[in-house]
Every structure is written in structure tokens, then in C-alpha cells.
Design a protein around this ligand. Sequence first.
Ligand SMILES: Nc1nc2c(c(=O)[nH]1)N[C@H]1C(S)=C(S)[C@@H](COP(=O)(O)O)O[C@H]1N2
Ligand SMILES: [Mo]
Length: 152
Amino acid sequence: MFNFLASCDFLPAVWSGAKLVDVLELLGIPMFNFLASCDFLPAVWSEAKLVDVLELLGIPKLTSATSSGEKHVEFVSIDKCKKASIPLSQATNPEADVLLAYEMNGLPLNRDHGYPLRVVVPGIIGAHSVKLLDSVNIISEECEVGILFISL
Ligand SMILES: Nc1nc2c(c(=O)[nH]1)N[C@H]1C(S)=C(S)[C@@H](COP(=O)(O)O)O[C@H]1N2
Ligand SMILES: [Mo]
């Protein structure tokens, strides 16, 4: 056991390195301005909630399967390069807050962030948040998260 643990690299690590904040200070970049110019900070979205859109289309809140047995919601990008799916139960759960967003921080989405419309799925890896959204499909089997070609 001792040797096994010693050879693992998924245990908490002790790093040697410089702190980003110190490097920025040395370069004379005040941290506040640096942060203010970043767009990887939490964003404020203008959006429709996917749960409400699905409800308008006849799929009620907290549905885990349709009458014909579909259990997943698939998102496909305009260029067809990107697709991903989430469980229907998540898509129809108001507390899961899955968004169809058209503005970020009060401005229309730029191309990099998915103009004209993108999905935002909180709580799971970004690959599910399909940008440049083209279609939303109700499907039977979970779709493979796919970058079919290099997109953004
Ligand atoms: N159309 C499209 N959507 C996409 C991607 C992509 O390559 N193409 N990348 C995904 C991945 S892997 C991530 S992490 C997020 C990043 O989006 P953001 O940084 O603009 O929020 O977008 C997702 N949506
Ligand atoms: Mo990603």
C-alpha cells in the first residue's frame, strides 16, 4: 500500500510556483483592472429558461421521459460541429436553471460566446453548453458529446 500511494499522482499535490497575483503585481498590472477586463468571471445572462420553452411545447416540468420514451434533450450547433445532450429530467427541472441565453452582461453574445443563442448548463462541464445553437431535439439515447470538426 505504501508504494502504491507513493506512485499515485491523483493525491493532493504540493506545488512549487509563482502566484499569478504576484506576477501581475511585478508587471505593474493591478489585479482589480485585470479582473475587470476578464470575461471568464461569472456572467449575467439574458435568457429564456429551457424548462419554460419545453413547457410551451407541451413537455411539462419535472418530466423524465416522454410518452414515447425519449429521455434526453440534445443541442446541436448551427455549423453542426458541436452537439451534446442532457437528461430530460434536468432540462425540465426549474431548479436546474438550464438557460437559452442571447445576452451576456447586458450585451448581445459575441461570436466566441455563441452568438446568436447558446445553452448554459450549470454544474457540469462546459462541453454541454452548446454555443451557436441551431436545434434542440428530444431524443431516446444520450448523445455522445461531440466536436465533429474543430469549431470555436
Ligand atoms: N458550438 C460550439 N459550442 C461549444 C463549444 C464548441 O467548440 N462549439 N465548446 C464547448 C466547450 S468545451 C466549452 S468549455 C464551452 C465554453 O464556452 P464559453 O467559454 O464561451 O462559456 O462552450 C462549449 N460549447
Ligand atoms: Mo471545454
